[in-house]
Structures are given as structure tokens and as C-alpha cells.
Design a protein around this ligand. Structure first.
Ligand SMILES: [Ca+2]
Length: 376
């Protein structure tokens, strides 16, 4: 998930809020930021890295809680945090929400591109057995698992270079807006490394602490990761059997229905869409959306839960209808664009490796669908 299971990132508030957030750490940078014009903030150097001081009140409280709740020795955790760094780069990165500002016609080409499709087909060739076993165990199609890992990390090319403990400690202790969330993830990470027999200083991930090829946060790792090759370890960095089974399991637990579609392309030319709940939830049904004049093809019954997918383009809007399985993908990363990109990449990989045609758009549409899909 990007950031598996991460709630939407907190927007960076005004300059003053950022200054408050980091000011206690980096007085020099605070001065620069506070006096800089808005245009210069963006180029401002990241705050300096700092050691995490185990004696600091909030760190000491965290260590005491880990001791009381999970039995970690206080001295061992103090020694661990002595080797942990709060990273200025991470504080800077967390404050830049990128995905929410992109339009669909900007977002999609980043993920559904020739090199990623070709690599997905290649990965299928290398790990067909592992993929087939994961599909049989979870009911999640091979191409959806490839789509997730492709979008998340380009099949392992971008798993992140940050030590997970640095990332989570930085955000747990030095980023007040998300302190609660990241403190819990740091707790889960330490428990996870103990359970898995890992050195807590070794695992690497994204700047937000998302780990391995599928970018699981530590809480998701503990809850949903599985050992796909029965070697006694759950390794989401190196073991592709574990990666695919864990991705499939995550979607299965979050409601995936074997054999059902993810979404349908829709023609909204004559539709009345006012008042539809914009929440990322299955608030409609196939029948209710059809009653509004939305045209789309599906074999699901009228009673099937559904949601309207609204994808903003430079010129207009692309509409789709998401079903239960679309919603399951949004539990992996809470974004309509994310789930749509996973589905499109999966379709493209499936078409390439089977020789079958891609799903087709409605015959008549002025929603811009054809402009964004003609390059697939
Ligand atoms: Ca394993």
C-alpha cells in the first residue's frame, strides 16, 4: 500500500502545523520553514535525521507498555532504540499526499503500462505453481494477485529501502498527526519480528513501514500473512509462495467471492447519478444503478451489492460499477483509482498470457472511457 491498510494520509496542514510537528526536533529547519515563502517550502531540505532516545518520555512510555503487554525486556528495547533513527526524509514524504491529487488519466498510466504487463506475464511463467496453489486456496484469481503485487512494488522492484523500524519509529514518535496509528504498527512490528525470529533492525519497507512485495503493514502481516511453501516462515520479501498466498488470503478475508467479477464498464450518458453516496462502500445494487439509467453488462443479479466508480479525467469522467470484489480490493488500499488500476493491470496480464481479448467498453459512451482504454 503503497501502504496496505493505511487509512488516508493526513493532509499536511498549513505551514505552521508542519512547523509545530517538527519544530521540537529541528529548530534550524523550523526557522527556515517559518520564514520561507510558500513556493520555497516544497524544495526545503528534509529535517535532519536524529537518534531515537530511549529515555525520551514518549519512547520510555512505549517501551514500558511493550514490557507490560508483551513481556519485552526493557533493557533490550532500550538497546534496540539506541540503534534506531528518526528520518527527516520520512517526515517530509508523509506530508505529501500524491495520489489524491492525480486524475485517473494521470494515475492509470503509472501502473498499467507495457513493462509492468510484460513483467506480470514473466512472473506468471516463473511462479505458475505458486500462483495456482494460492488461487485454489483462496478463490482469488491469479491475475488479481499479480495485479496487486504489480501495482504495489512492480513485482519486487520497489519494495522500499527504509528500515521498517526507522520508518515506524519516525512516524510513531515524531509525526503527531499519525502517532496513534504508527505506534500500534510499531508495536505490531516488534511482536511480529519476535514471532518470526527476525532481527528487528533488518526488515526494509516503504517510508510508511509497508513491507515486502505486497507491502503489508505489520498488523496485516500478523493477521493475514501465510506460509505458502510450508517452510515454517512467512517471508514476504523473498518467498513468492508466501507472497501470493498472503495476498489471496487478505482479499478472501475481506470478502472476495470466487468466480464473481470485479467491475463493469458503464455508460452514464442518460443516467441520473445525483445523490449517490460517495463513500467507498457498497451502498448501491446492480438493480438500483440500472434504475438510475446507468448501462452496464453483468451476469450478477439485480440484488448484488454494487458501487458507482467515478474516475476523474482531464475531460469529463469515466464511470464504472464496482461489485463485492472491487470493494475487497479497496480494503487493501482505500482508493477507487487503486482498485481500478489493479483490475486493469490484472485484465491486461490475463489477456496477454491467455491470448483472450480485453473486456470491451459499452458501444456508446461520451464519458472518455475510450480515450483512456484505447492504449491497453
Ligand atoms: Ca514460507
Amino acid at each position: 500500500m503503497t501502504r496496505n491498510c493505511l487509512p488516508p494520509r493526513a493532509r499536511l496542514g498549513p505551514l505552521a502545523r508542519f512547523a509545530i510537528a517538527i519544530g521540537c526536533l529541528v529548530p534550524t529547519a523550523l526557522g527556515v520553514l517559518a520564514s520561507a515563502p510558500a513556493s520555497a517550502q516544497v524544495q526545503a531540505a528534509a529535517p535532519a535525521n536524529r537518534a531515537i532516545d530511549p529515555a525520551r518520555a514518549d519512547v520510555a512510555r512505549f517501551i514500558a507498555a511493550m514490557n507490560q503487554q508483551h513481556g519485552f525486556p526493557v533493557e533490550a528495547l532500550a538497546q534496540l532504540f539506541n540503534q534506531v533513527e528518526s528520518k527527516g526524509f520520512i517526515l517530509q514524504a508523509i506530508a505529501k499526499p500524491a495520489e489524491r491529487t492525480l486524475r485517473w488519466d494521470e494515475y492509470r498510466p503509472r501502473f498499467v503500462l507495457e513493462r509492468r504487463i510484460a513483467r506480470g506475464v514473466e512472473v506468471f511463467g516463473q511462479y505458475q505453481d505458486e500462483l495456482e496453489r494460492a488461487e485454489a486456496a483462496t478463490g482469488v484469481p491469479i491475475d488479481i494477485m499479480l495485479g496487486i503485487v504489480g501495482v504495489e512494488t512492480f513485482y519486487g522492484e520497489n519494495v522500499g529501502k527504509h528500515r521498517v523500524i526507522d520508518a515506524l519509529s519516525t512516524l510513531a514518535f515524531d509525526y503527531p498527526p499519525r502517532q496513534e496509528f504508527f505506534s500500534k504498527e510499531l508495536e505490531q512490528f516488534l511482536v511480529m519480528t519476535r514471532e518470526e525470529g527476525l532481527d528487528a533492525l533488518r526488515p526494509v519497507g516503504s517510508y510508511a513501514g509497508a513491507m515486502g512485495l505486497p507491502q503489508f503493514m505489520p498488523s496485516s502481516f500478523r493477521a493475514y500473512a501465510l506460509d505458502g511453501d510450508a517452510d515454517g516462515r512467512r517471508d514476504l520479501w523473498n518467498d513468492w509462495a508466501d507472497v501470493f498466498l498472503s495476498v489471496g488470503n487478505y482479499l478472501k478475508v475481506h470478502g472476495w467471492r470466487a468466480g464473481e467479477p470485479v467491475l463493469a464498464f458503464a455508460d452514464a450518458t442518460d443516467a441520473r447519478l445525483e445523490g449517490i453516496d460517495p463513500k467507498l462502500a457498497l451502498t448501491e445494487t446492480v438493480g438500483s444503478l440500472r434504475a438510475r439509467g446507468l448501462r452496464f453488462a453483468t451476469r450478477l443479479p439485480d440484488s448484488a451489492p454494487a458501487m458507482l466508480i467515478t474516475l476523474r479525467l482531464a475531460s469529463g469522467t469515466e464511470y464504472r460499477v464496482g461489485f463485492t470484489n472491487f470493494y475487497a480490493i479497496t480494503r487493501y488500499n482505500r482508493s477507487q483509482m487503486y482498485a481500478s488500476a489493479v483490475s486493469d493491470l490484472a485484465d491486461a496480464i490475463a489477456a496477454r498470457r491467455t491470448g483472450q481479448p480485453l473486456p470491451t467498453a459499452p458501444a456508446q459512451t461520451d464519458t472518455g472511457w475510450s480515450t483512456t482504454t484505447s492504449t491497453r
